[in-house]
Each structure stands twice: as structure tokens, then as C-alpha cells.
Write a protein that binds this ligand. Structure first.
Ligand code: ATR
Length: 264
């Protein structure tokens, strides 16, 4: 029987996941489809039950349900437990198992990441939590967290044995890091950066989890000083690739998919 997968969220029309997974199914000759489903927030539990009854093989979860869905799943993978959110759900014999592939997806796309890479995470919200959990799972030893609200950075850092840096010290100390991951919402709707007058070098990697606009002010600053830059598309593709692998056992191509999605 033809398998089918879904993404649930609200809103959902902007999601590129259907296109991405349909391309990968086609490339790997898998007879399956992937549909976006708009779920009303007060109907989340019924929707999750209905997906099971209707034979859905697995689904992605996006805003605003990544945390809210957790009580309606039968099992949680370590990745979901440590991040505190779920973005991928796999059908088991008896129910649903939740995973979080966001953090791992992002880290998988960073070039030359190793356990000794010195990482700075900017932000301490939901996205930062998932990334901090994934950094810890990969045993990355040198992680520092900074945030507008210092207390939240301290809480997150304590959980993962990371260091904390006061936001005011970040611009000057930036060259002490190999890779800086920007996880705040700053730059999404404005031409602002969380850093004023940062010092970048050409050995550094700047990662922004925002993909719209494709080049935030944070990435522009880094790019103009020669750093290697990556936007949130890498994370989007990376989390999708790991979800695809959980569902099918196949690691899909991540390099050409961006071009294929945006040219078709
Ligand atoms: P998400 O789930 O996308 O991470 P979130 O949990 O609301 O969203 O977290 C937003 C992050 O962006 C937080 O780190 C927040 O900093 P605070 O903890 O101080 O609120 C950060 N952020 C949002 N607006 C900001 C701004 N104008 N300047 C600096 N940081 C900001």
C-alpha cells in the first residue's frame, strides 16, 4: 500500500517540507506522498489520533505544536526529551514515537565540526535549547551561551555544563570562537543584528537559523569580514534529511535539494 506522511502546523502553507520530501521520495523510487495539514490548536489531540487511524506512517510538527504535541505521543526519543520539543514523529506498532532532528540537522550541516570546535550560541529560547541539547549529545566540549536575558543563558548553560558570556562582551571576544550560531528572532523582521560592531575573521563560521530573509544583518556583518556564512536553510534541509532517514532508513541528498526546490 502507498505510504503517506504529513506536516502539521498552523499556519502551514509556507512549509517547504512537502516539496522537499516529495523530491526525495521520487529520487529514491519510494511510492509515498507527503501532505501539509492545517491543525486548529484546540484539535491537536484528535488530529494526532486521526493521523494514526488513517494510516499515516509519520509526520513532522511545526509551529506552534512542537511542545504541545508531547503529551499525545506514546514514546519520546532521547533527542526529544533533552530538547523538550518534537519535530518528527514515527509510527510504531502501537502508537507514535517523537524525535527532535532540528538541532542534529543543523549541526550536521556545519563544515568541519568536531568535538574541539569552540562554539558560541546566541540566544536561550526554544531553538537554542534544541541546539544546546544536540551539541551535548555530540560531546562538543567548548560551548558558550549568551543571551539578552543573562539569567536564561545561565540556566541553559548550567544544564549542559557550558560557559556563559555577557552580551556586552561578545563583539570583542568573537574571534575566540570557531563557530557562532545565531538562534534569536532578531533579523527576521528587521535589518538588525544581535551584535553591534562584531569582529569576525576568515577562519570563522557564522550560522543563522533564520532563512527568510536569506541574509540577515548578522550574516551580512560576518560575510563582509570574510567569515563563512550559512543561513537557516541548512538546518531546514538537515532536519528534513534526518526525518526522512528515520522514516525510510535512507540518507537523502542534501546538496542539490536546495537548488531543486527553488528552481521548480
Ligand atoms: P525560539 O523558539 O524561536 O527560540 P523564543 O523561545 O521566544 O523563540 O526565544 C527567542 C530568543 O530570541 C530569546 O533568546 C530572546 O532573548 P530573551 O531570552 O532575552 O527574550 C531572543 N530575542 C528576542 N528578541 C530579541 C531582541 N530584540 N534582542 C535580543 N534578543 C532577542
Amino acid at each position: 500500500m502507498k505510504k503517506w506522511y504529513a506536516v502539521i502546523g498552523n499556519p502551514i502553507h509556507h512549509s517547504i517540507s512537502p516539496k522537499m520530501h516529495e523530491i526525495w521520495f521520487r529520487t529514491h523510487n519510494i511510492d509515498a506522498s507527503y501532505v501539509p495539514i492545517l491543525v486548529e490548536p484546540d484539535r491537536l489531540e484528535q488530529s494526532v489520533e486521526s493521523l494514526f487511524l488513517l494510516g499515516c506512517s509519520g509526520f513532522n510538527v511545526t509551529v506552534p505544536f512542537k511542545e504541545a504535541i508531547m503529551p499525545f505521543l506514546d514514546e519520546l526519543d532521547q533527542s526529544a526529551r533533552s530538547a523538550g520539543t518534537v519535530n518528527t514523529v514515527v509510527r510504531t506498532q502501537t502508537g507514535w514515537k517523537g524525535y527532535n532532528t532540528d538541532g542534529r540537522g543543523l549541526l550536521a550541516s556545519i563544515p568541519n565540526l568536531s568535538q574541539s570546535t569552540r562554539i558560541l550560541v546566541i540566544g536561550a529560547g526554544g531553538a537554542a535549547k534544541g541546539i544546546a541539547a544536540a551539541l551535548s549529545d555530540l560531546h562538543i566540549r567548548d560551548v558558550t551561551i549568551c543571551n539578552r536575558t543573562l539569567e536564561k543563558a545561565t540556566q541553559l548553560a548550567n544544564k549542559y555544563n557550558a560557559k556563559v558570556l555577557d552580551m556586552s562582551e561578545v563583539p570583542a571576544k568573537l574571534p575566540e570562537f570557531d563557530c557562532v550560531i545565531q538562534t534569536t528572532t532578531v533579523g527576521m523582521d528587521s535589518e538588525e543584528s544581535p551584535l553591534s560592531n562584531p569582529i569576525w575573521t576568515s577562519e570563522m563560521v557564522a550560522v543563522d537559523i533564520i532563512y527568510s530573509p536569506p541574509q540577515t544583518e548578522f550574516l551580512k556583518q560576518a560575510n563582509s569580514q570574510g567569515a563563512f556564512t550559512m543561513n537557516g536553510l541548512a538546518m531546514l534541509i538537515g532536519q528534513g534529511a534526518l526525518a526522512f532517514e528515520l522514516w525510510t532508513g535512507i540518507k537523502p541528498d542534501q546538496k542539490e535539494i536546495v537548488q531543486t526546490i527553488f528552481s521548480s
